[in-house]
Write a protein that binds this ligand. Structure first.
Ligand code: ATP
Length: 233
């Protein structure tokens, strides 16, 4: 479904990605791991066309994405839950949900407000509240709901549970499991390795802008050395 090959990206003269290779199969949950500053956000933002690729390719459902504008990439079925959530602060939760809603690809069982509220019942009583008045957990649920409302084929989450209380994190993980078991492909970045490994089919570890390790969660569990040297865990 998504194949990233030899992807490079720069911020001005400074190179951030040095040839990233990763794949997300249809219906798979793939993770992007690595210590701070290793290029996780840059990889995601380059896939989404927010950062311009300087070389390499990103192929999604047979189509090359490099060189395509970000909003067009979103229309092709990539839904982003960005780092820091980026909820529209002066719109209500409901307005946030419907602001970018669409079903460009004609999904047979499209995401609707009712379906998002069934996934995150916590949001039900908050639909009239302004985005900036929601808690961090509510904002993250809303950010996921907003991405789902674009009916993506691939959901990409940058820091899925950062800064959230343990109970809220568990709600996010179980929602992601539910979404994944519905067949959606997911690419996720997070620091909670054990939670991630439970839902992942394939893990990729980034070090200095390159994927230096890949494997399923059983392999990562076993590879103490990889976890220590690349993740400090
Ligand atoms: P974190 O977990 O801290 O978010 P990350 O793995 O997502 O880290 P990136 O944010 O992609 O890493 O950063 C990769 C490299 O690019 C780092 O060296 C970082 O300093 C640099 N970088 C990131 N954003 C910018 C920017 N806007 N301008 C210049 N350099 C940047």
């Amino acid at each position: 479904m998504l194949t990233v090959s030899n992807l490079t990206a720069h911020y001005g003269a400074s190179q951030a990605l040095f040839g990233v290779d990763l794949t997300v199969g249809a219906g798979q949950v793939a993770t992007l791991l690595g210590r701070n500053g290793m290029g996780k956000t840059t990889t995601i933002n380059t896939i989404m066309g927010i950062v311009k690729a300087t070389a390499g390719s990103v192929v999604f459902d047979g189509q090359e994405l490099t060189g395509i504008k970000s909003h067009q990439i979103a229309r092709l079925g990539l839904g982003l839950v960005p780092e820091g959530r980026q909820i529209f602060p002066n719109l209500s939760a409901m307005e946030n949900l419907v602001a970018t809603a669409s079903n460009h690809l004609g999904a047979p069982d499209p995401w609707t407000v009712a379906r998002v509220l069934a996934l995150f019942p916590e949001l039900e009583a908050r639909t009239g509240s302004m985005g900036n008045l929601l808690s961090g957990g509510e904002q993250q649920m809303l950010a996921i709901g907003r991405a789902l409302m674009t009916n993506p084929k691939l959901l990409i989450l940058d820091e899925a549970t950062e800064g959230l209380a343990p109970l809220v994190r568990q709600k996010i993980w179980s929602a992601l499991s539910e979404i994944a078991s519905g067949g959606m492909s997911i690419l996720v970045v997070d620091k909670n390795l054990h939670d991630l490994m439970r839902i992942a089919d394939m893990n990729h570890i980034l070090r200095r802008g390159r994927v230096v390790w890949r494997g399923d969660s059983a392999a990562l569990e076993e590879d103490v050395q990889a976890r220590e040297s690349y993740l400090g865990l």
